[in-house]
Write a protein that binds this ligand. Structure first.
Ligand code: SAM
Length: 287
């Protein structure tokens, strides 16, 4: 197997194919072999698993996934990588590559077609310019047991944040609604070529089999969350009154009080159970 993380191997390989990195496609390739090895190991991929990989690049993580998983399906946008991937991962019979934009895929359908009888997981060193839309698509597909991704460290901290902290955001609540996140390890910039300006981190999101909260309307729940964070320095009353104009300020205060919360509370301090209670109360009043 070609050691694609070895710079002495990688540089001539890229040069032989006249390949130049595309900043627009978020191309920062791994040059430290321990990183893909650890991602594959800590993601829990084994012979019962089918893995969707996003953005294989020249294949460092793909190799590790192919060695450990029953099946790997990788989606790559940049067709210039075709001949290189043929050299680096062409030997694996359990790999299928789809040459397309991952955001154009029907993820649920793809998983059903590719991974019948297997435990589906997703793994990736993500192109950072589309971290949020990709994670949104992977979690909303509700078909993976776990999603393990490398992202910017500050994004990982936002995904795993606790209520009341500066990192806690609407995106935190979105991720934690679907999954329980855990930051696995940091990856310094010198592990990539070219080096990104930021530190990265690998985070795993173990998806929930059942929601621990009763939520009467998913749409109103997420509207409540967005409204609560839209004015994060202000009181929750203002955010709710603006996100649900039909409530008015007095109605918003009343909703908050009926959930046993102070009308001075700020949205960024609420946990998901408290957002659920507020959303359910709004839903009840709209009926
Ligand atoms: N997995 C490789 C590694 O770790 O060295 C490459 C990771 S690089 C950060 C991101 C990869 O995602 C690149 O190969 C890039 O071409 C690919 N990519 C960018 N946008 C994409 C998209 N919309 N759909 C699929 N792949 C994409």
């Amino acid at each position: 197997m070609i050691d694609v993380c070895n710079i002495q191997v990688m540089k001539p390989l890229l040069e032989a194919h006249g390949f130049h990195f595309s900043k627009a496609k978020g191309q920062n390739f791994l040059i430290a072999r321990w990183v893909p090895e650890e991602i594959a190991r800590q993601s829990g991929v084994d012979q019962t698993v089918g893995v969707l990989e996003i953005g294989p690049g020249i294949g460092p993580l793909t190799q590790q996934l192919c060695l450990n998983a029953k099946k790997v399906c990788a989606v790559e946008l940049d067709k210039r990588l075709q001949p290189i991937l043929k050299t680096t991962v062409g030997e694996f019979e359990n790999l299928q590559i789809i040459w397309d934009d991952v955001l154009k895929q029907d993820v649920k359908k793809l998983v059903a077609e590719q991974f019948s009888g297997l435990r589906p997981m997703a793994c990736a060193n993500l192109p950072y310019y589309i971290t949020s839309p990709i994670l949104t698509a992977l979690l909303e597909a509700e078909c993976f047991q776990a999603v393990t991704v490398m992202v910017q460290k500050e994004v990982a901290q936002r995904i795993a944040a606790k209520p009341g902290t500066a990192d806690y955001s609407a995106f935190t609540v979105f991720c934690q609604y679907y999954a329980e996140p855990e930051i696995l390890f940091d990856v310094p910039a010198h592990c990539f070529l070219p080096q990104p300006k930021v530190t990265s981190a690998v985070v795993t999101l173990r998806t929930r089999k059942e929601l621990p909260w009763e939520i009467h309307s998913k749409e109103i729940f997420f509207r409540t969350v967005r409204a609560s964070f839209a004015m994060r320095r202000k009181k929750l009353t203002n955010g709710l009154a603006s996100g649900f104009p039909e409530l008015g300020k007095a109605g918003a205060e009343d909703v908050i009080r009926s959930c046993g919360l102070s009308e001075n509370v700020r949205g960024e301090t609420l946990d998901i159970g408290q957002f659920a209670a507020i959303a359910n109360e709004i839903h009840r009043r709209r009926k």
